[in-house]
Write a protein of this length. Structure first.
Length: 319
C-alpha cells in the first residue's frame, strides 16, 4: 500500500513538473542574446541565416545565378564585399566564430531619400568581448581609414570612415546585450540600439510569430516578409510617378515566410503567407482554397520566358 502511494505521488510530481516546463517554454520571453530583439519595427524583410559561411559559399562563390548577376554594375560592389567577407572568414578565426554563430539575422529597411539600409545582427560567442571585436576591426581599418567612438543614449557606437569608398562603404557598429550590430546606415544602427532596450519587439507580433512557426529547419536561410512595410522599400528606384501607387499597396497580406535552398543553378523558395481573419487583404481571396495539380506546363510553348500559374480548387470564387 505504501509503495503504491509513493508511486502515485511520484507520478503526480512528475506530471506537475512536465506541465510547468511546457507552460514556461510557451511563455518564455526573448533572452538578452536574441538578435531579433534588435530589429526595428519598420523592417521590410528579415533574413534568418542558419549558417552564414555556408550561405556565402553556396550563393556568392558557387552559384551560377550570382555569376550572372555580378555582371550588372550595381551588383559588382556587393560581389566585392562578399569576397572580402569570405577572405576575412578564412583568415581570422575570431571573425569566423562571430559570423557563424547560428543563427544570425539581416534586416532590410527603407531609410528615406529613396534609399534602403541593411542591418546585420550576430549573437556574440561567450569568449568574444566588445574590446576584442573593436581590436579586430581596428586591425582591418588601420591602413584603410579611421574609427571614431561616440556616445548614444549611454552606449558606444563606433563609426568607420574609409579612405576609399569605391568598393566598401563607411559603416557603423556597436555591441549591446551580447549582440553585435553593423550597418552602413548610422541612423539605422541607432534605431536598433533603441529597439534592443524595448521589451516589445518584432518577434512579439502575432503575424511574425505565426510565420516563424512555419519556417523550415534544414534550409540555408529563412526569409520573412512584412507586406505592410515592403511596398515602401520596393518603390526605391522607380520613377516618382509610380512611387505613390506602389507604396499604397499595403493590403496584400500581413507576413510571409520563404525557405531558401540554394543550388548551383537553381534558387528554390517555398513558404507561406499569413492574413489575419480580422483584416481585409488581397491574399484573402485564396481562403478556403486547396492546391491542385499544375498542368500548365503541358500547354506552354517551349519559347516561354516566364509564367505565373495559380492552382486553386474553387475558381468560381475568384470571379
Amino acid at each position: 500500500m505504501l509503495k503504491k502511494r509513493l508511486l502515485y505521488g511520484l507520478i503526480f510530481i512528475l506530471t506537475i513538473l512536465l506541465f510547468s516546463l511546457v507552460f514556461l517554454n510557451r511563455n518564455k520571453k526573448l533572452g538578452p542574446g536574441e538578435p531579433l530583439q534588435a530589429v526595428p519595427f519598420d523592417a521590410s524583410v528579415i533574413m534568418k541565416i542558419n549558417n552564414f559561411e555556408a550561405l556565402l559559399k553556396k550563393f556568392y562563390l558557387e552559384s551560377g545565378i550570382w555569376h550572372e548577376l555580378k555582371s550588372i554594375p550595381s551588383y559588382q560592389r556587393i560581389d566585392y564585399q562578399m569576397r572580402f567577407l569570405d577572405s576575412v572568414l578564412l583568415s581570422i578565426s575570431e571573425v569566423r566564430q562571430l559570423l557563424t554563430s547560428s543563427p544570425s539575422y539581416m534586416s532590410l529597411h527603407y531609410t528615406g531619400k529613396d534609399k534602403i539600409g541593411l542591418l546585420y545582427l550576430f549573437e556574440i560567442p561567450n569568449h568574444l568581448s566588445e574590446r576584442k571585436i573593436h581590436t579586430l576591426i581596428s586591425h582591418f581599418v588601420a591602413k584603410n581609414g579611421t574609427i571614431t567612438e561616440r556616445n548614444y543614449d549611454g552606449k558606444k557606437i563606433f563609426d568607420v570612415r574609409l579612405l576609399d569608398e569605391s568598393k566598401l562603404r563607411n559603416f557603423s557598429f556597436a555591441v549591446a546585450k551580447n549582440i553585435f550590430m553593423l550597418s552602413f546606415s548610422s541612423l539605422l544602427l541607432e534605431d536598433a540600439m533603441r529597439q534592443i532596450e524595448d521589451d516589445y519587439s518584432v518577434a512579439g507580433q502575432q503575424g511574425f510569430k505565426d510565420v516563424f512557426l512555419t519556417a523550415g529547419k534544414n534550409v540555408d536561410a529563412n526569409i520573412f516578409l512584412n507586406f505592410k512595410n515592403l511596398p515602401k522599400s520596393f518603390s526605391v528606384g522607380f520613377k516618382n510617378e509610380y512611387k505613390a501607387e506602389i507604396r499604397s499597396f499595403t493590403t496584400f497580406a500581413d507576413w510571409g515566410e520563404l525557405d531558401v535552398n540554394i543550388m548551383s543553378d537553381v534558387l528554390l523558395l517555398n513558404g507561406f503567407i499569413m492574413s489575419p481573419d480580422s483584416d481585409y487583404n488581397a491574399v484573402s481571396v485564396f481562403n478556403h482554397q486547396t492546391p491542385q495539380k499544375i498542368t500548365a506546363d503541358e500547354l506552354l510553348p517551349s519559347s516561354v520566358a516566364s509564367c505565373l500559374v495559380l492552382s486553386v480548387s474553387a475558381h468560381p470564387r475568384l470571379r
